[in-house]
Design a protein around this ligand. Structure first.
Ligand code: GLN
Length: 484
């Protein structure tokens, strides 16, 4: 059977488009048909921009016929609905932004557009990216394409499921505590969280500003490298972006990891790890060792403090960031008698339970008398966690671990137990606190056929080495060729 167009990777489709094997309109139509066929069950998209996509594809075809090239010319992609898109509804998975149409486009999306992408639509997310399963979406949960009774992970679960079900060639996500890597792991795709400051956050609706970073979910490491090359770099609209030049990431995929030092942190191979996850990750490390990497046992001693620190810092920042949703300036506004009632009612009706929980937690830890005990203390411990990584990266080039303690859990299994939900991010959160980069790469399946993810972590701006290691592993294994 011949390959359907929607099954292609970006790098394969690019070459075929240049050759004229098919048109960008045909490619886009194939993806739109796939969405029409599959998304009724998966629910990855909040908004499908079919008309816009076909118009952009026709424009791309016109460029192609003139012999023009651009890195993503005619490539259909999806964008997590926490990224502003001018003229296209942006909900953040929240009822409070149900009708919000941004007047501008996020820099990362703008850069994809300038590189020729076709926008397929906006993907589902936990409300304001707060969650690990997309069940906190104010609209509907997304289902895992490998088992529709299970979650796709979160909060970029719509993006993960869209790529896994081949309803997008790749997608943008955001990662504050694991929201790109976790859905990538649960859905069996590649998920890259760049270093803090590598990609502009301008137009990303802020959750935890010192942690947030836009990342990519892709079918393979080569596509992830290509996309990072497009979205990375300094932006005058985001003063936290780094001036460091953007390396030619695609050229770093040499397949050679000889002599690369890979650290295995004791604290990430703990009791409670699903045995199949433990076995798959250890087997993946053996593959890397077989390719010539040197495996070193390391310690990140403050790992156990990362989760509490994160839930103090992230909620504090969220409580400040979400203050702007007041029923006056954006989206939903309640019909109330007075202005005070309007604030209360708009926020009361517009926000879901998890968002309210976080605003209350965050407001509490920032309040007079508690600031020093909670927020300040958390910031101090955050520094210790960062120092753990800094000292580990003097001994090793890359750190390897599981992405999550288990494979995808059942829809409904953890919704009533926020703490159990928070624990899914045990192994992803420390990296956000340290501001460093990480990637999830498929490394096998459990007995139920659910994907398992290998996490590789790198130092600040260490994406090139990280991608090289991930790519070498991927090319030595069959996992990236299996689809739901
Ligand atoms: N699950 C974590 C949280 O709920 C991380 C979310 C994210 O990375 N956006 O905060």
């Amino acid at each position: 059977m011949s390959t359907a167009l929607y099954e292609l990777t970006i790098h394969a489709a690019r070459a075929a488009l240049q050759r004229g094997d098919f048109s960008a309109v045909e490619l886009t139509q194939s993806l739109l048909d796939r969405i029409a066929q599959v998304d009724g069950q998966v629910n990855a998209y909040l908004t499908v921009t079919a008309e816009l996509a076909l118009a952009q594809a026709a424009a791309a075809d016109a460029c192609l016929s003139r012999g023009e090239t651009a890195p993503l010319l005619g490539i259909p992609l999806a964008v997590k609905d926490v990224l502003c898109t001018e003229g296209v509804r942006t909900t953040c998975g929240s009822r409070i932004l149900e009708h919000f149409i941004p007047p501008y486009t996020a820099t990362a999306v703008q850069r994809l557009a300038a590189a020729g992408m076709v926008l397929l639509g906006k993907t589902n997310t936990d409300e304001f990216a707060m969650g690990s399963s997309t069940e906190n979406s104010g609209y509907f949960p997304t289902h895992n394409p490998w088992d529709l009774a299970r979650v796709p992970g979160g909060s970029s679960g719509g993006s993960g499921a869209a790529v896994a079900a081949q309803m997008a060639m790749a997608a943008l996500g955001s990662d504050t505590g694991g929201s790109v890597r976790l859905p990538a792991s649960y859905c069996g795709v590649v998920g890259l969280k760049p270093s803090y400051g590598r990609v502009s956050r301008y137009g990303l609706v802020a959750y935890g500003s010192s942690l947030d970073q836009i990342g990519v979910l892709a079918k393979d490491v080569r596509d992830a490298a290509l996309l990072l090359g497009v979205i990375a770099g300094q932006d005058p609209h985001d003063s936290t972006t780094m001036p460091a030049p953007v390396p030619a990431y695609s050229q770093s995929l040499s397949g050679d990891v000889r002599g690369l030092r890979i650290g295995l942190p004791d604290e990430y191979f703990v009791e409670g790890l699903q045995p199949e996850v433990d076995a798959a990750v250890r087997a993946a490390i053996d593959v890397l060792a077989g390719l010539g990497a040197e495996v070193v046992r390391i310690s990140l001693p403050n790992t156990d403090k990362a989760l509490p620190v994160y839930y103090l810092v992230a909620t504090a920042e969220a409580s400040a960031n979400l203050a702007r949703f007041d029923g006056v300036r954006y989206g939903f506004s309640a019909d109330s008698a007075s202005i005070l009632d309007n604030y209360r009612d708009s926020r009361g009706q517009g926000f879901g339970a998890e968002v309210k929980r976080r605003i209350m937690l965050g407001t509490y830890v920032l309040s007079a008398g508690y600031y020093d005990a909670y927020y300040l203390k958390a910031q101090q411990v955050r520094t210790l966690i960062k120092q753990d990584f800094e000292s580990a990266f003097t001994q090793v080039d890359v750190i390897a671990s599981p992405v999550a303690p288990t494979t995808a859990f059942r829809l409904g299994e953890k919704v009533d137990d926020p703490l159990a939900m928070y624990l899914s991010d045990l192994f992803t959160i420390p990296l956000n606190l340290a501001g460093m980069c990480g990637i999830s790469v498929p490394c096998g399946f459990d007995a139920q056929g659910l994907p398992i993810g290998l996490q590789l972590m790198g130092p600040h701006l260490g994406e090139a080495t990280l991608l090289r290691a991930a790519h070498a592993y991927e090319q030595a294994t069959p996992w990236h060729t299996r689809w739901a």
